[in-house]
Design a protein around this ligand. Structure first.
Ligand SMILES: C[S@@+](CC[C@H](N)C(=O)[O-])C[C@H]1O[C@@H](n2cnc3c(N)ncnc32)[C@H](O)[C@@H]1O
Length: 232
């Protein structure tokens, strides 16, 4: 039986942090979101994306705090000057601040970290342009925990992501499965998209998780979007 560490109710339902077989697990309305046992792809979302970025003093925006592994990996890159995390569940942020997720507690205390409570779809574009935008807010377009997040995998929102990126900036999206529509939408907006399929071993089950990575061209132009950035 899992041991419940914290439980909260939000307008989206019930959020539970529990310990199972020594690992911490996050669930929403009974649906598994992630655990501390299998975090490779959450970390690769940051590491693989940052590896391909050739610039310094990076501003990184992360959609979805989860258990903090993407954030921790972002901060491991010394070029990162600021990591802004937007998390929709305020109680989850509070649990982190109370030290209930020891694996990533230091990341939350790092002076480069800023955590905001809110929906990334609403916050996006309010901040200064970022160099890297990492989205891991749900299980991907076909396995949604929050139905409202479906729009976050569509071209209109991805176009807003492009608008929030500095010229030459990179968007990476985590998904539990491949998705032709997501790949097509990324290509429609950015002109290109690399898909990385990462094999993952979940106990006895073998699967692949996917990262979709696109770079905003320096000469990026967007119909109907007023680009106020200074092009390099
Ligand atoms: C899979 S977890 C993120 C895991 C994270 N990458 C990590 O390394 O631990 C998804 C997180 O996104 C949050 N979330 C869901 N929808 C969101 C939204 N629209 N805006 C911001 N955060 C959201 C969830 O509450 C959850 O904490």
């Amino acid at each position: 039986m899992p041991e419940v560490i914290a439980r909260a109710a939000s307008e989206r339902g019930e959020l539970v942090l529990q310990r199972r077989d020594g690992a911490l697990e996050l669930r929403v309305n009974g649906v598994f979101v992630m655990d501390t046992e299998h975090t490779e792809t959450e970390r690769l979302l940051a590491a693989e994306t940052l590896r391909a970025v050739e610039r310094d003093r990076l501003r990184v925006l992360i959609g979805g705090l989860g258990l903090g592994f993407t954030l921790r990996e972002v901060l491991a890159d010394e070029r990162v000057a600021e990591a802004h995390v937007v998390e929709i569940e305020p109680d989850l942020i509070d649990w982190h601040r109370r030290g209930l997720v020891p694996d990533t507690a230091e990341a939350l205390q790092d002076p480069r970290t800023r955590v905001s409570a809110g929906d990334v779809a609403e916050v996006l574009g309010e901040q200064e342009p970022c160099d890297v935008l990492l989205l891991d807010v749900d299980n991907g377009p076909d396995f949604l925990v929050y139905e409202d997040n479906s729009a976050l995998y569509e071209a209109a929102f991805l176009r807003r992501c492009a608008g929030a990126l500095a010229p030459g900036g990179t968007l990476a999206v985590w998904s539990a499965d491949t998705s032709e529509p997501l790949l097509a939408a990324m290509r429609e907006v950015f002109g290109e998209c690399a898909e990385l399929a990462i094999p993952v071993s979940l106990g006895r089950r073998e699967t692949t998780y996917h990262l979709f990575v696109s770079r905003k061209q320096v000469e990026f132009e967007q119909a109907g979007f007023e680009d106020s950035f200074e092009h390099q």
